[in-house]
Ligand binder design. Structure first.
Ligand code: SF4
Length: 391
């Protein structure tokens, strides 16, 4: 693979994403129905809906969605959240408008989460088991292998709801409370920095309730998918955040040979990205999150890419304090797309999600013949890249 091949591969995946965007089905949430036009665009985001603007309620819902969407089945999470939200609002538990009512009605919330989870399990578990070559009985959207609805509700639902709750309580100007989360987000110079602060901030950070992958997914929805921030600042533009590196993205980028173009297998082993014999059935396990902040000698040695990288860090991501000297691998996808000028990181992520969940399954027999990038994929020629590794 050459760097031009790598760019062509990414642009092909981004084209798939343009044709198959991944959107949480917000229009299926009953209170949001009037918010969208027939093309799925948000109408009048500034318009008030009770105590908040439409934009603010969407931002609160998506934050909850991002935190919940860290388990094995995105489709199931979307069903669960949509149905529980509709159910609670029909009971006048208006927890997005007033997050405190979630805690005041904790028993009701836990009952609804538990019963809807059973419905979703019945709907999704067979397909999920087939796709992942596992047992349907193992299906659970409660994370960390937990079986307790209380900890799931309080930790995974409660923490992201507490963010707008606390922001609202801390806001002295009553007129600003209708947009407390929105104002907080855009107080950061870029979506990238906001995504980090959502996890790390000493007062409002979600801490262990969320990973960086989920906070990047959140800002992708805000900036790219639903365009909830109108800002001339390039930090809140299409290149203002890094591509979320989840296991789907990692698997596709690894199998296609993209990651191995920028660093060697030994590098990935040294960094704990490839963990020998730690995967299912004695395969090597790829822990994609460990790529974060690792450097590519190849990209760093290319003067054009290094110059572009410095501009990306300074002008879009706005993360550079001085002059970056080495190119970080997780930013290379944005770098190549910026260079090409035809696609965005959001489209690339949509394409990675689509390929990862429809073709490039996490087992030894993905649907390669039907995959839209099979003609560009190194794993098609070197089967070990598929058979020897799991994410
Ligand atoms: S061709 Fe096969 S291994 Fe390559 S990305 Fe597509 S499904 Fe995955």
């Amino acid at each position: 693979m050459t760097t031009d091949d790598a760019r062509h591969l990414l642009e092909s995946i981004a084209q798939v994403g343009r044709e198959h965007p991944s959107r949480p089905p917000l229009h299926e949430v009953e209170i949001f129905e009037p918010y969208f036009d027939s093309a799925g665009r948000v109408i009048q985001p500034d318009k008030r809906d009770g105590s908040c603007t439409r934009r603010e309620l969407l931002l609160r819902y998506l934050l909850l969605n991002a935190v919940l969407d860290q388990g094995p089945d995105t489709e199931g999470v979307r069903l669960l959240l949509t149905r529980v939200t509709n159910d609670l609002y029909r009971r006048e538990v208006r927890f997005l408008h007033r997050p405190e009512v979630f805690f005041e009605n904790l028993g009701v919330a836990i009952d609804r989460i538990t019963s809807v989870h059973e419905v979703v399990k019945n709907l999704r578990s067979q397909q999920w088991a087939q796709d992942n070559v596992t047992k349907a009985a193992r299906y659970s959207l409660f994370m960390d292998g937990a079986h307790q609805a209380l900890s799931y509700a309080v930790f995974r639902w409660g923490t992201p709801l507490a963010v707008p709750l606390l922001l609202t309580r801390d806001e002295s100007d009553e007129a600003h409370r209708a947009e407390a989360l929105h104002r907080y987000l855009v107080s950061w110079p870029s979506a990238e920095i906001a995504s980090r602060q959502l996890k790390e901030h000493h007062r409002y950070g979600l801490g262990k309730a969320v990973g960086y992958k989920a906070t990047h997914l959140y800002v992708k929805w805000v900036v790219h998918t639903f365009r909830l921030v109108e800002d001339d600042n390039p930090g809140w533009g299409p290149f203002g955040f890094e591509v979320p590196f989840d296991s789907n993205a990692g698997r596709v980028l690894f199998r296609t040979g993209f990651l191995l173009h920028w660093a060697t297998m030994d590098d990935y082993k040294d960094w704990g990205v490839v963990n020998e014999e730690k995967g299912k059935g004695g395969t090597d396990y790829i822990r994609v999150t460990n790529i974060r902040s690792k450097k590519s000698a190849l990209a760093t040695s290319d003067p054009h890419l290094l110059d572009l990288y410095r501009r990306l860090c300074r002008e879009q991501l706005q993360v550079a304090k001085g002059t970056p000297r080495k190119v970080e691998i997780q930013r290379i996808p944005s770098l190549l797309l910026l260079d090409g000028g035809r696609y965005t990181p959001g489209e690339l992520d949509d394409g990675l999600m689509y390929i990862g969940t429809h073709f490039c399954f996490n087992h030894a027999a993905p649907l390669c013949p039907a995959c839209p990038v099979e003609h560009l994929c190194r794993g098609r020629r070197e089967r070990d890249l598929i058979e020897g590794y799991r994410t």
